[in-house]
Write a protein that binds this ligand. Sequence first.
Ligand SMILES: Nc1ncnc2c1ncn2[C@@H]1O[C@H](COP(=O)(O)OP(=O)(O)OP(=O)(O)O)[C@@H](O)[C@H]1O
Length: 442
Amino acid sequence: MNPQSKSKEWKLAPGQEFRFEVSTKSTITVKLKSGLAEYFGAELGTDAQYTFSGTNGAIFSWQGCVLEVSGECQSAYVAEETPMESYINVHMGLQQLRVQAHGEAEEGSGVAPRVMVVGPEDSGKTSLSRILLNYAVRMEETPLFVDLDPASASVAVPGTISATSIGKTIDIQDGFMGSMAVAGSSADHQPLVLQYGHQDQMENPVLFNLLVDKLASSIDMRLAADRQAAASGIIVDTHGSTDLAKLGFLEHAIKALGINVLLVVGNERMYSHFSSRVPTQTTVLKLAKSGGTVDRDANFRHQEQSQAIKQYFSGTTAEPRMSFSTVVNFADTRVLRVGEDAKAPSSTLPLGETRKLTDTSVVDVEIDEGLSHSVLAVTDVPLPNDVELLPVSEDVVGVQVLGFVNVTKVDMDKKRLTVTSPVPGRLPSNILLYSHVKWMEV
Ligand SMILES: Nc1ncnc2c1ncn2[C@@H]1O[C@H](COP(=O)(O)OP(=O)(O)OP(=O)(O)O)[C@@H](O)[C@H]1O
């Protein structure tokens, strides 16, 4: 531990990095006094000051700089060794592909980089994705960020997968969600978000892979309509695991998303595994893990997830947002869930009835207190003419999510639900998609 309570100057020589850990109970402020520096690839402004709380981070300088840091860090030090040279080399290789793809975009024949970052937990995959996206944006590219990690969804709430066009560097303080808040409501920049409803792919592997396929075809459609954006390529962040059972999800996604560059961070075994399994057109590169990455325990991860959901409903430090309460009658609302009852043992079925449900069947969720604090997805799925019928699974599975609501009250006497939403007014549809993710404002 190296507690830093007072304001202190940190001098970085070229190629050095200031690493810090700040608990959720304290806040630090960082100012760039002189020179140039970047936070996971996004340049720090000279007049700006940045605050961090409940975060581990690193400020790197290619040219050298002086930083002024005030507040208490759990740990703070300057590192001389970083993998940034190898990361910028990867960026330059990707940028060459983009330049060729832009040149050929008119004919539509350029092969843009479709990059996936894989590796163990806490190996720095999200940080590397962020660096590569920021470097691309600084070259005036508009890459698509694809987040396939439902446990620590960066762009939306946990339990989802998404694809987002990155048109400006990722917000230094507030991360991907901060960038989303600023991106506003321009349709082309709206993230494509699909509700999975679990944080672990193993909960419903069939559904997870199906959602990846649906996301991949939505991405293809979006990029087919914008060849310049297509030439900027995609960068895919993934869940961290070396578990063989989970590598199959990555192999599936590599094929579905047409990945042509696979970056394996900090794991020889995964590198060897994928080298012999990816399609021939996919280049597999091995990259070192940064010595700065911090192993987060379950408690820290839980706090980060709560923080992400809070950010969704209440905005970011830079752009706080109001949330609005809406009351809906049970009778006017359907909460649908995909697949789970398929796991009920056959013995629980009525005599003579055979199982008809599959992992992607749509089932009604009974509205009762069990829904309290649930984070439900808002859709525009139409209700069938006969209200007794369930919407067909094609309408529900992989449908683009419009937003989320948080169930704050279930009134069983009055048969009413109170939900909060970052958007005022009535819900666009009375069909909500269930998730196991729960959250309560504290
Ligand atoms: N160079 C660095 N210096 C200090 N902290 C860092 C550095 N690189 C990454 N971190 C921190 O280490 C933690 C793990 O990094 P990151 O989230 O990028 O890993 P990951 O592999 O994506 O994790 P996951 O297991 O969730 O997939 C994060 O808190 C991140 O902010």
